[in-house]
Design a protein around this ligand. Sequence first.
Ligand code: AP5
Ligand code: ZN
Length: 217
Amino acid sequence: MKSHALVFLGAPGAGKGTQAHKVAEAFGIPHISTGEILRQAVASGSALGQAAKEKMEAGELVPDEVMCRIVADRIGQADCAKGFILDGFPRTVAQARFLDGLLDQGGQPLQVLNLQVKPELLMKRLRGRRTCPVCGTTYNLELNPPARNSVCDRDGARLIARADDNEEAIRHRLAAYERDTSPLIDYYKRRGVLHSVDGNRDPEAIAQELVRFLRDA
Ligand code: AP5
Ligand code: ZN
């Protein structure tokens, strides 16, 4: 794979985090989740975290200026020179235009991977999601459970649920996706950089397809 900037696009629960983790491991490139950066900021109590907490828990978007600054800082770091994955950014047309500007400066080609998942599956995936606070592995109590109830297979840590994985916040997140993020599908299609994949399948099958596609890209 050439030194690509990869963007994972998809509704909340489409599997962006799950797939980005696998693809990043396969190619040895950083996985940059803007949601994860914000959750760490909330946990640390930093000014960014305090500003973002309410919006995140309500399932609303954090302002573009804040997100653009975070991403500009992160992808300017040395480990991104050989390519990187953005998971959760861009989420608005303004963010996509900002990213175009950053990539033009760095000369890195862009590939956008769009995970398509049936709407009725999204709520189920999000309600059942549990994450390991130690190693970051994501499970689903119904669809992809750990071997032992509520503890991580890798390190035995107790799994936790995200503060925004309740029905009301999930509804707001899905609405924000439809309103602000889904226009990016056309935005990137017109530029000829969009590759859509069927995200309704087994996570391993999806990852294999993505890795195969990116090897030739
Ligand atoms: P973020 O963390 O990006 O959340 P999200 O977009 O809602 O996406 P999710 O992480 O919920 O879903 P995912 O697609 O990664 O699915 P996953 O792989 O985990 O953002 C959180 C918040 O931060 C936002 O609401 C906003 O407030 C703020 N924010 C972040 N970025 C921002 C930005 N750029 N601008 C403004 N605000 C921003 O999978 C979900 C579940 O399904 C898991 O349980 C998993 O095990 C399961 N699963 C995954 N794939 C499969 C499969 N193939 N089959 C069966 N189960 C599967
Ligand atoms: Zn773990």
